[in-house]
Design a protein around this ligand. Structure first.
Ligand SMILES: Nc1nc2c(c(=O)[nH]1)N[C@H]1C(S)=C(S)[C@@H](COP(=O)(O)OP(=O)(O)OC[C@H]3O[C@@H](n4cnc5c(=O)[nH]c(N)nc54)[C@H](O)[C@@H]3O)O[C@H]1N2
Ligand SMILES: Nc1nc2c(c(=O)[nH]1)N[C@H]1C(S)=C(S)[C@@H](COP(=O)(O)OP(=O)(O)OC[C@H]3O[C@@H](n4cnc5c(=O)[nH]c(N)nc54)[C@H](O)[C@@H]3O)O[C@H]1N2
Ligand SMILES: [Mo]
Length: 670
């Protein structure tokens, strides 16, 4: 393949979480293997915060608030008056962090905030996003309309003279054109609370009262990642920053904006910013990558142009797809389209530990070990613990570590030295630990040598001495500590984005109706907005066949929660098998009734193992047969997983069982 088609013929982006251990991180192993052998087509960005990663640098000069530090919990507990949480603060999401969690901190910080009297307002289509102990106020918003609510709150501040003119003058650019948009000078539409109320179905007086409250108290606006994993997902993020800028609390203790408090464990966790353990993939000599969620477009339209963040590029003509550590038949949108695209490459190679749908759809499957069968080091950038992951059992049957598989392939291809650098598994773990230790020393944290760490099983990094406040120095002296934006300040209007000329991402935050939402014409045919959220009982699709996830299934499928009124109108009772469908596909699910889901909305977790009947009905309850495979905008090209309209009906008769756990038909066995 390399001789015939070069690096552009080999796709090795291989998006996916793999496992917590940082050395045996399959995706990194694969990319390092392909990079050291001449390069491949890589993926840039991720499914988690794909829109945020590319819009935020234009606005605040960095995307660090989604992958690094935000104003930490001690600062919030001490100083925040009102915590406004878009997308909520669901404890289910706080179980997980990439690299693994040494301590689960979300619930304890929320309890501390509550005890200190921080008032929490949760904006979400589902009540379950706020733990009961928070006693939060719940604003049940229509999905994908948060930008309208944020703009209306901003309008209210301006109309009532409650905005912080001094902060806007000192720390921001572009307030004037943004204000012109808010008051309707540019398009004749004032973005008032009365304008927003019918869009988001939050009463106008509630929006006005919220804006006044945010101005009267020290306020922190936090936004889950889910809001930007939707069509036009750039807008609620930019609008939240603009609203926080108008309030003028950015850079003050417990004030400003943050992302992801309700998305992942450790967000806001106080931590000295030392490096997490890392095994380097190194550089891709082919310097070629596509936006992460566009890989099906790439397979279906080789050589077609696409736009991305101000540039036009061309999809490569990929002949070989190599995946290790990800499950595209779980994570990608519009799986029926993926099934078609998957027929295009000449060869698909997958490393897996389990017979996932991705493995079943591969030409060559190499069985990989699980974390129990190897030694590793875990830890993440938000967690104070680094942990030794000791091998518990010998590799099962013919399975091997991804590293060992790639090392042997590299040896046959003549680039083993570049791939493995002569180090064994344990030598790499030592090398990685030394990196953590050196970084810790630079932050004046002393960590033990490898042997002591390995024996103890973990190392704990003490919490930092003083709270971290995002943009504290910038606020104190914007000239001395400029942001990495063209102006050095927060951009409420971006000349650079204006230069892109994108109508789907204008140069200031705006309300752009998404392609599918409850206000769209399409809602006449498909009147339910389906939210496809992170599962409470597993990590994505991992361990779905295991007893924990299986015990929570309803009628043998993934549960679907909907409002009792919507259910009774359709003759659906709790425990029924339902068929969820739209023009893209259909899946089965097990009905659960929940008055805490606002009418017109249904909720399903992602991750049920894809299993389709001969006529294309998905049987396990994988909602990605319903989601749309379109970019958030030409700017970020992020996944739009959460903009999905569907209809739901009771499944008549006896539904066919899921075939997800049936063994594949093999051409040969090792
Ligand atoms: N509709 C919808 N879709 C979504 C989302 C959504 O909100 N809605 N969320 C998106 C998000 S944020 C994400 S992060 C993605 C997650 O998508 P993925 O990260 O692709 O999902 P996982 O199920 O974690 O897949 C990891 C795979 O790696 C395998 N694996 C684990 N360890 C190893 C190993 O050591 N070696 C090898 N070779 N394989 C291993 C596992 O068995 C599993 O099949 O899903 C995205 N998809
Ligand atoms: N248990 C568990 N936790 C996880 C994961 C997992 O697989 N399992 N995956 C992890 C990963 S990889 C990621 S990226 C994060 C993702 O973190 P998020 O993207 O924040 O997680 P979601 O569960 O998709 O969404 C959070 C909540 O947002 C609400 N919501 C959805 N749409 C809207 C909307 O339009 N407006 C408003 N206001 N609210 C909305 C939903 O009710 C949902 O419960 O989760 C992480 N945490
Ligand atoms: Mo994610």
């Amino acid at each position: 393949m390399r001789d015939a088609h070069g690096a552009a013929g080999i796709f090795g982006g291989s998006y996916g979480w793999s496992s917590a251990g940082r050395f045996h991180h399959a995706r990194t192993q694969l990319r390092r293997f392909l990079f050291s052998g001449g390069g491949c087509v890589d993926q840039t960005g991720n499914y988690s915060w794909g829109a945020a990663q590319f819009i935020l640098p234009h606005v605040i000069g960095t995307h660090a608030p989604v992958n690094g530090l935000v104003t930490d919990w001690p600062s919030v507990v001490e100083h925040t008056g009102v915590l406004l949480a878009f997308g909520g603060l669901a404890l289910k999401n706080g179980q997980v962090t990439s690299g693994g969690a040494g301590e689960h901190t979300m619930a304890q910080w929320l309890r501390a905030a509550r005890a200190r009297g921080v008032r929490v307002v949760v904006v979400s289509p589902t009540r379950a996003d706020a733990p009961a102990f928070l006693d939060a106020e719940w604003l049940p918003i229509r999905p994908n309309t948060d930008a309208a609510l944020m703009l209306a709150a901003a309008y209210t501040l301006v109309a009532e003279g409650l905005h912080d003119a001094a902060f806007l003058e000192r720390c921001c650019v572009g307030f004037a054109p943004f204000r012109d948009y808010l008051i309707g000078a540019t398009d004749g539409v004032a973005k008032s609370a009365d304008w927003a109320a019918p869009i988001c179905e939050v009463p106008a007086e509630t929006i006005r009262a919220l804006a006044r409250r945010l101005a009267a108290e020290r306020s922190m606006i936090t936004v889950t990642w889910s809001l930007q994993r939707a069509h036009r997902g750039e807008q609620p993020y930019w609008a939240a920053i603009a609203l926080a800028a108008l309030l003028g609390h950015i850079g003050l203790p417990g004030g400003g904006f943050a992302f992801g408090h309700g998305s992942m464990n450790g967000v806001g966790n106080p931590r000295v910013p030392l490096a997490a353990p890392e095994f380097p993939a190194r550089m891709n000599p082919a310097a070629r990558a596509i936006p992460v969620a566009r890989f099906v477009d790439m397979l279906l339209a080789p050589r077609a142009p696409f736009e991305f963040n101000g540039r036009t590029d061309y999809y490569p003509d990929v002949r070989l797809v190599y995946w290790a550590g990800g499950n595209p038949f779980h994570h990608h949108q519009d799986l029926n389209r993926l099934v078609r695209a998957w027929q295009r490459p000449e060869t698909v190679i997958v490393h897996e530990s389990w017979w996932t749908a991705t493995a079943k759809h591969a030409d060559i499957v190499l069985p990989a070990t699980t974390p129990l069968e190897r030694n590793d080091v875990g830890g993440g950038s938000r967690d104070r613990f680094v942990f030794a992951m000791h091998q518990a059992i010998a590799p099962v049957a013919a399975s091997r570590n991804d590293f060992d598989i790639f090392r042997e392939l590299a040896s046959r291809l003549g680039h083993e030295a570049a791939f493995a650098e002569g180090r064994s598994e344990m030598q790499w773990l030592r090398w990685m630990w030394d990196g953590v230790r050196e970084s810790a020393a630079a932050h004046e944290v002393a960590l033990p040598g490898f042997n002591a760490f390995w024996e103890a099983g973990y190392a704990e990094v003490p919490p930092p001495q003083r709270p971290f406040v995002l943009f504290e120095q910038f606020r104190a002296d914007p000239a001395a500590h400029p942001l990495a934006t063209p102006s050095g300040r927060i951009e409420l209007y971006s000349e650079r984005i204006a230069g892109f000329g994108y109508d789907d991402c204008p140069p200031h935050p705006a309300w752009l109706p998404p392609v599918e939402w409850l206000g769209a014409a399409e809602a006449a045919r498909f009147p339910i907005h389906l939210l496809t959220v992170q599962p409470p009982d597993r990590l994505h699709s991992q361990m779905d066949p295991g007893p924990l996830a299986q015990a929570n299934k309803v009628a043998g499928r993934e549960p679907l929660r909907l409002n009792p009124a919507d259910a009774s109108r359709r003759g659906i009772a709790a425990g029924d098998v339902v068929r969820v469908f739209n023009a893209r596909g259909a899946c089965l699910a097990g009905a659960e009734l929940d008055a805490g889901v606002r009418p017109g909305v249904a909720v399903m977790a992602t991750g049920a193992w894809y299993s389709a009947s001969a006529d294309g009905l998905e049987l396990s309850g994988n909602p990605n047969v319903l989601s749309a495979d379109i970019g958030t905008s030409r700017l970020a090209q992020g996944p739009s997983a959460l903009s999905v309209l569907v209809e739901i009906e009771r499944y008549p008769g006896t539904a066919p069982a899921s075939r997800a756990l049936e063994p594949p038909a093999l051409a040969s066995r090792p």
